[in-house]
Write a protein that binds this ligand. Structure first.
Ligand SMILES: Nc1ncnc2c1ncn2[C@@H]1O[C@H](COP(=O)(O)OP(=O)(O)OP(=O)(O)O)[C@@H](O)[C@H]1O
Ligand SMILES: Nc1ccn([C@@H]2O[C@H](COP(=O)(O)O)[C@@H](O)[C@H]2O)c(=O)n1
Length: 242
């Protein structure tokens, strides 16, 4: 009798706008893996704090409230979902207000402890923090994207990828996304993403950092399709033949 191969764990980290979400979703879809957007979880807890009158500039207040919201992630790459206390949070977590506050909330150790626990539970396929439909479905593994997945959350991941891109390329990508919705010009977008990177890299608790054993992929001159192909190849290379 043949035993099923062990689920594969892929960690994709990098600064804002390097293509982590787009790449991770496409890689997971192509390889039949689940997909977890850990940034969405930090945005969700930030949205909850803002909605509940917590002063996000006060780490003590944020720490005291960190255990309160119930955050559940759906990990189908074709239809990722996120709820907070049962309410769909997919839209509200993408507002400028949440984007501007998320680095302060994610820097609080109690928040990171809580969210890291959820992430490990979801990657292990257990119930906590996961949409019940995902737990029931058989899985070949998961692609988890964020800032500290390879260094802290899943240090034993089978493959670690660290995506980079020039600030100019990242700002151009983001401005393209925002056009029509927001008046942010290229320079403002560039400054905002560099500010968020600096906060995420400079915090004490689990900063944004390339793991020593991660493969760095500079996406500046690559199309999304080329990046996806590169990561799919890396995943296939590290899997035993058979
Ligand atoms: N290689 C690429 N070439 C051109 N555009 C890209 C590439 N990769 C991603 N994009 C586009 O750049 C934008 C940002 O990508 P994405 O949201 O995947 O980045 P991210 O690293 O997850 O960002 P964040 O950390 O801020 O959530 C999207 O509009 C996406 O379609
Ligand atoms: N592993 C992670 C992932 C995200 N963060 C924080 O969340 C913010 C939003 O992330 P996006 O990917 O949705 O842009 C990010 O700026 C970090 O502050 C994190 O700390 N760790």
């Amino acid at each position: 009798m043949q035993t099923a191969p062990a689920p594969v764990i892929v960690a994709i980290d990098g600064p804002s706008g390097t293509g982590k979400s787009s790449t991770s979703k496409a890689v997971a879809a192509e390889l039949g893996l689940r997909y977890l957007d850990t940034g969405a979880q930090y945005r969700a807890i930030t949205w909850w704090m803002l909605s509940n009158g917590i002063d996000v500039a006060d780490p003590t207040a944020v720490a005291a409230a960190a255990g309160k919201p119930v955050i559940v992630s759906g990990t189908d790459p074709a239809r990722p979902t996120i709820t907070v206390d049962g309410a769909d949070a997919a839209g509200p977590i993408r507002t400028q207000e949440v984007t501007a506050a998320v680095s302060a909330v994610s820097a609080v150790a109690e928040v990171r402890g809580r969210i890291t626990e959820l992430q490990r539970s979801i990657a292990a396929g257990t119930a906590e923090g996961t949409d019940p439909a995902d737990v029931a479905a058989p899985s070949r593994g998961i692609v988890v994207e964020g800032r500290d997945i390879g260094t802290t959350v899943l240090p034993d991941a089978d493959l670690k990828v660290f995506l980079t891109a020039s600030p100019e390329a990242r700002a151009a990508r983001r401005s393209g996304e925002l056009r029509g919705k927001d008046s942010a010009d290229l320079a403002t977008t560039r400054a905002a993403l560099l500010k968020r990177d600096a906060a995420d890299s400079g915090r004490k608790a689990s900063p944004l950092k390339k793991a020593d054993d991660a493969v760095e992929v500079d996406t500046t001159e690559l199309t999304l399709e080329q990046v996806v192909e590169c990561v799919v190849t890396l995943v296939r290379e590290q899997q035993p033949a058979g």
